[in-house]
Design a protein around this ligand. Structure first.
Ligand code: BT5
Length: 324
């Protein structure tokens, strides 16, 4: 966020400050103060003016400046009320050389999942894509998917949801929404968030990675595809403050990408897949067995009974345990 604007917000959160005093403190002209205050108001910051001066009375619930302000992570945030796909926009920025940039939207009209599947993204969600340019080989890119899954899971748990991770890229909650009337409800996993990582690189080095994260935050469940068993934060834990939620996800992601070795142990802690019987559809065919581990940078190890197979990509289905 523009530095003078951040300093104005810092000053105004402490209470009313008169324009001339603000100008003096920040060493800018009174006209400049007025211009910055107007710009902040346009971004949705509630700045009241009274005889005592300006005071910050309200943060915008969502937006670029409001997420950037007071966030402990170095990302610039480009916000859109509506955009076809934040990943598509992030790829453009990546190709132009963008680094540590986040594209954030309230609504996507052409959101995409893996394998070009549709990702339904109505207004009220948190749809974001992070552009990073890490100095790692392309084979490490899956670690960023896992890092994003860990980040979202941690923050969803902070908000009170019993979130877990289903390999490789789903953040899920267990149980039917009306668990009293639905027997075996613990078997049902509903998807709260999905992650789509895209990258470009050469043989030994990544050029950029775009980590796309879709979180069903304050979304009306009726607007989501019911056959996909979706979950939303607003129905799990109540309405969430998207500004704070997004900041926390970006902060956690930032800490994890700086310490990639910590990603897999954290992932294991939240995994719902480990210990389960799974069927994984991989590009090389179907693998069925018990999911026994995840290895850096994100491969699933499946014990088929005959051998241990390491799967690096695919769709994973959790199966009922075999009756003994
Ligand atoms: C994913 O794909 O889970 C990755 C989703 C990534 C979305 C983010 S939003 C920000 C960024 N911009 C984009 O355009 N994309 C990223 P996959 O594992 O292939 O799951 C896709 C499947 O999930 C679909 O085929 C549906 O069955 C289901 N689905 C679609 N929308 C959903 C939603 N909002 N909530 C839960 N499930 C959904």
């Amino acid at each position: 966020m523009q530095e003078t604007r951040a300093r104005i917000l810092d000053a105004l959160t402490e209470g009313p400050v008169a324009g001339p005093e603000l100008a003096e403190r920040l060493d800018v002209s009174r006209a400049a103060v007025w211009k910055h205050v107007e710009a902040l108001r346009e971004e949705g910051f509630g700045i009241a003016s009274s005889g005592e001066g300006y005071a910050l009375v309200e943060f915008p619930e969502f937006g670029g400046a409001t997420v950037e302000y007071d966030m402990d992570a170095p990302f610039d945030v480009e916000f859109h009320d509506s955009v076809p796909s934040t990943n598509a926009r992030a790829r453009e920025l990546a190709q132009e050389g963008g680094d540590d940039v986040v594209v954030l939207a309230d609504e996507q009209t052409g959101g995409r999942g893996r394998l070009d599947r549709e990702w339904t993204s109505p207004s009220g969600g948190i749809w974001l894509s992070i552009v990073v340019r890490p100095d790692v080989p392309p084979t490490h890119a899956p670690a960023y998917t896992l890092a994003a899954a860990v980040a979202v899971t941690r923050v969803a748990r902070e908000a009170g949801a019993d979130a877990r991770i289903k390999w490789p890229n789903d953040v899920v909650v267990s149980g039917a929404s009306d668990s009293k009337s639905a027997p075996r409800s613990d078997d049902i996993e509903r998807k709260l968030a999905g992650i789509l990582t895209e990258m470009e690189g050469e043989a030994d080095r990544v050029s950029w990675v775009v980590v796309g994260v879709g979180i069903n935050a304050n979304v009306d469940p009726d607007e989501l595809p019911s056959e996909a068993n979706p979950a939303t934060l607003s129905t799990e834990v109540g309405y969430v403050n998207r500004r704070l939620f997004t900041q926390r996800v970006l902060e956690e992601f930032d800490a994890l990408r700086e310490d990639l070795e910590s990603v897999v142990p954290a992932w294991r802690e939240y995994a719902t897949t480990l210990g389960k019987r799974v069927r994984v559809d991989t590009p090389g065919g179907e693998v069925v067995g018990e999911a026994v581990d995840v290895e850096f940078p994100g491969a699933l190890v499946v014990d088929t009974g005959d051998e241990r197979v390491t799967v690096t990509a695919g769709d994973c289905e959790h199966l009922r345990p075999v009756e003994r």
